[in-house]
Write a protein that binds this ligand. Structure first.
Ligand SMILES: Cc1cc2nc3c(=O)[nH]c(=O)nc-3n(C[C@H](O)[C@H](O)[C@H](O)COP(=O)(O)OP(=O)(O)OC[C@H]3O[C@@H](n4cnc5c(N)ncnc54)[C@H](O)[C@@H]3O)c2cc1C
Length: 425
């Protein structure tokens, strides 16, 4: 990673966007157009960088925190394979490209006046608004647990102090102790994330606490890359990991955070630590802007990432209900390209493009043993649909798995450089 600012030019954007030009009419902006982006994570910060290079557009990025901690690769930190600092990025690189960066929380969107209201009272008018606020948790989705209990039973599913807390508590588990994870129902951010986390916790235990056990309580009948994880766990961590699916009570879980107890299908079990990953929904500001529906997510047009509730608002990343793409940083970055194209074609004298997207999710099962799943996507009938896909195969040789692990590292370095263009803080 370098400390320099990388210019993101329109040409570079098109070269990486893999888009095809359409002969669509374009609106020409009267003077400078204002684009406000809420959320400086994988989707919003990507969009800010892509838009910053455009003449005639004033870009404002509203981000609650001065430092962004990547959820991606945070499991490696839990496993002791990465430092916490290596996950953190400031916004100096983005500000250096001409984006106005405001560290405050957006608390309301007045769609009639096209205005964003910030917690400190400022009001920002916009011609187009991009929402990429990530996720919020569904209150009450795990009986007995609420966000108030996250200090004793952490979620660590929004990276930051929660991730550090989980790392500390994992290391304090007594020899031969029991770590439980309550996995989330679909849909949620990073489908393989909980299972990569289990792999990294197992790696940590193998090194420091080899008789400890891991119990996964899962409301889903199956999970992403299941065959690959199960094979990897059997190979690297035999006898350490047990998963209880919905047939055996994995969907009937209650928690007693005060006494570190879990109740599965009526049976009380004492644990040493429980990681609770609750059900999820769009970041609260999407709801406050009135662009979510009964599912809690924000439906968008898969050809443009524009909200179905308001064509002047674009929703990216985890908050969007778009179709087949998993909720990942790679997806959010890919969706930012399409949204920026759509915004430019609406506001400026720029051509419209046929939307294409891509995603790859890598997961580390053990040091040097990574697997991946990915796909290309297009838009059909207003939704994003997969056009082709690939996945690692069971029993691949060690050299291929090492190469996949290196590819994952290279992806992490390149996406964080593209978005933040500065060394971790
Ligand atoms: C354990 C784990 C591992 C993962 N691993 C991978 C991986 O290997 N590869 C991958 O591609 N993805 C991975 N992901 C998923 C990835 O982190 C998310 O999908 C991605 O960050 C989503 O981007 P986003 O822009 O939607 O949200 P985020 O990146 O979460 O950004 C949202 C931002 O909005 C800000 N915000 C929210 N509301 C407001 C408001 N009202 N006002 C101002 N700011 C606001 C937040 O502070 C935050 O910075 C992982 C996730 C987890 C939890």
């Amino acid at each position: 990673m370098t400390g320099q600012t990388l210019p993101v030019s329109r040409r570079m954007f098109l070269a990486t966007g893999a888009a095809t030009m359409l002969a669509a009419p374009a609106l020409r902006a009267q003077g400078t157009a204002r684009v406000v982006i809420i959320g400086g994570g994988a989707g919003g910060a990507s969009a800010a960088r892509m838009l910053a290079a455009q003449p005639g557009i004033h870009v404002t990025l509203v981000e609650a925190n001065p430092v962004y901690t990547t959820c991606f690769f945070s499991n490696l930190y839990l496993g002791g394979l990465r430092s916490f600092d290596s996950l953190q990025y400031g916004y100096g690189g983005i500000a250096g490209t001409g984006v106005q960066v405001i560290h405050d929380r957006a608390v309301a969107v007045d769609r009639d006046r096209r205005m964003v209201i910030l917690a400190e009272g400022a009001r920002l008018s916009y011609d187009r608004l991009v929402l990429s606020p990530g996720i919020d948790f569904v209150n009450g989705s795990v009986p007995g647990w609420s966000l108030n209990d996250a200090q004793t039973m952490p979620h660590a599913y929004r990276a930051g102090p929660q991730t550090q807390l989980l790392a500390r508590l994992l290391r304090a588990i007594p020899q031969g102790g029991l770590f439980a994870m309550v996995a989330p129902p679909n849909p949620y951010r990073c489908p393989p994330g909980p299972y990569e986390r289990v792999s990294m916790v197992a790696h940590l235990f193998k090194e420091r606490n080899p008789t400890a056990k891991i119990l996964i309580l899962d409301p889903k009948p199956g999970f992403a890359k299941q065959a690959l994880f199960l094979e990897g766990w059997q190979h690297h961590y035999p006898g350490m990991i047990e998963r209880i699916g919905p047939d055996f009570g994995g969907a009937d879980v209650q928690l007693r955070p005060g006494s570190n107890q879990i109740i599965v299908d009526g049976q009380v079990q004492q644990v040493d630590l429980c990681n609770v990953i609750p059900a999820q929904k769009a970041g609260a500001i999407a709801d406050l802007a009135g662009v979510t529906d009964d599912t809690g997510w924000a439906p968008v047009n898969g050809a443009s990432m524009a909200s179905l509730a308001d064509p002047r608002i674009f929703v990216l990343g985890d908050s969007a209900d778009q179709g087949d793409m998993p909720k990942s940083a790679y997806s959010a970055n890919s969706q930012a390209r399409v949204a920026v194209d759509s915004i430019l074609s609406q506001l400026m004298d720029a051509p419209a493009y046929v939307a294409t997207y891509a995603n790859t999710c890598w997961s580390l099962i053990a040091p040097g043993d990574a697997v991946r799943v990915g796909a290309s996507y297009g838009a059909k009938d207003g939704r994003i649909v997969a056009t082709d896909s690939f996945i690692s195969q069971p029993s691949e040789d060690a050299a291929r798995r090492r190469a996949t692990a290196s590819q994952a590292e290279a992806w992490y370095d390149s996406i964080t450089a593209e978005i933040f263009s500065e060394a971790p803080v």
